[in-house]
Design a protein around this ligand. Structure first.
Ligand code: IPM
Ligand code: MG
Length: 370
């Protein structure tokens, strides 16, 4: 791996730029205090890019994304762009990045941090210690399948259609990501589909089973129908370690899982491409909370998910496990000290804004220096 680490920052819309500012302070701290530096580019994406350039993802931004070792993404979207047609919405930026860079494995951890166990709407005993990883396929399935569209029938009615489609290859490569992760965790994978009603789901089940038997006999595999999985996640989420599933089911189940933690503002994600011949892979990291237009610009947003996304970036794109773990530990200590942004406020805690929360993480990092 070359010494230069090229990062592309895409803060986007809503609270994106505010929470990204706190990551920039962490990047700056690493440079000053740890001698770890990055080549940084920053660009517009989503609504911000629509305003400036008339498109949610310009060709220039896509070029920067292709050239970067890793992309740190904020959030896109907001009411100002809700009226736009399907093909021009801010959200198209993220779908295009996934497709163009081949970002097929979307990793969405759902972790209950101990100081936040009472933030969940579920009883503490159900969620305490939760540490689940959803691996969502993110460049295939019904999101991208052809044919798709809306057609007019001879009688004047309309017919809208999309296609759920998966090949052996697509299922195997996302399966490998899940099994490899499981080996570093509790060695348990739950594969989720609807093989009782969908042929593509049956193929999914068969391919995942064959892959486990051939390459991962040491990993325990269960198959769960997607509806049952949603129920089980609320009933007893601790039963899950790694979940691997399709694009659409992963979209739904990861929102569900995030709410088990009670703190959407805490959850990062990583979306990874295939490892290329030079050993590198495209990768994009983003908080899962979205642009939160209702609180944008008020300095109250929780920056921790963006900071934790940066920690994932260090771990997966640069193999900097040590620094990633230090940042994660600093976040937990900042919480333990009783500081809370509004979204995770608890009785007796001190309510702080985006900047103070970011500063608290920096202070904890500073304390961890030898
Ligand atoms: C997500 C989002 C996206 C998706 C939207 C914004 C296109 O919901 O990342 O989960 O559906 O994949
Ligand atoms: Mg979603």
């Amino acid at each position: 791996m070359s010494a230069r680490k090229n990062l592309l920052l895409l803060p986007g819309d809503g609270i994106g730029p505010e929470v990204m500012r706190e990551v920039k302070r962490v990047i700056d701290w690493l440079d000053r205090r740890r001698g770890i530096s990055f080549e940084i580019e920053e660009d517009l994406v989503g609504g911000a890019s629509i305003e400036a350039r008339g498109t949610p993802l310009s060709a220039r931004t896509l070029d920067l994304a292709r050239a970067a070792d890793a992309i740190l993404f904020g959030a896109v979207g907001g009411p100002a762009w809700d009226h736009l047609g399907f093909a021009n919405r801010p959200e198209i930026a993220i779908l295009t990045l996934r497709r163009e860079l081949g970002l097929f494995a979307n990793l969405r951890p759902a972790i209950v941090y101990d100081p936040l166990v009472s933030s969940s709407t579920l009883k503490p005993d159900i969620v305490r210690g939760l540490d689940m990883m959803i691996v969502r396929e993110s460049t295939g399935g019904i999101y991208f399948g052809e044919p798709r569209g809306v057609e007019t029938l001879p009688d004047g009615q309309k017919r809208g259609f999309n296609t759920e489609v998966y090949t052996t290859y697509e299922i195997e490569r996302v399966g490998r990501v899940a099994f490899d992760l499981a080996r570093k965790r509790k060695s348990r994978v739950a594969s989720v589909e609807k093989s009782n009603v969908m042929e593509s789901g049956l193929l999914w089940r068969q391919v995942i089973t064959a892959l486990r038997d051939a390459e991962y006999p040491d990993v325990a595999l269960t198959h769960v129908l997607a509806d049952n999985c949603a129920m089980q996640m609320v009933r007893n989420p601790l039963q899950y370690d790694v979940i691997v599933t399709t694009n659409l089911f992963g979209d739904l189940l990861s929102d569900l899982a995030s709410m088990l933690t009670g703190s959407l503002g805490m959850l990062p994600s990583a979306t990874l491409g295939e490892v290329r011949e030079d050993g590198k892979r495209h990768a994009l990291y983003e908080p899962i909370h979205g642009s939160a237009p209702d609180i944008a610009g008020r300095g109250v947003a929780n920056p921790l998910a963006q900071i934790l996304s940066f920690a994932l970036l260090l771990r997966y794109s640069f193999a900097m496990e040590g620094v990633a773990a230090e940042i994660e530990a600093a976040v937990v200590r900042a919480l333990r000290n009783g500081l809370r942004t509004a979204d995770i406020m608890a009785p007796g805690a001190a309510r702080v804004g985006t900047g103070v929360m970011g500063e608290a993480v920096l202070r904890e990092l500073e304390k961890s220096l030898p």
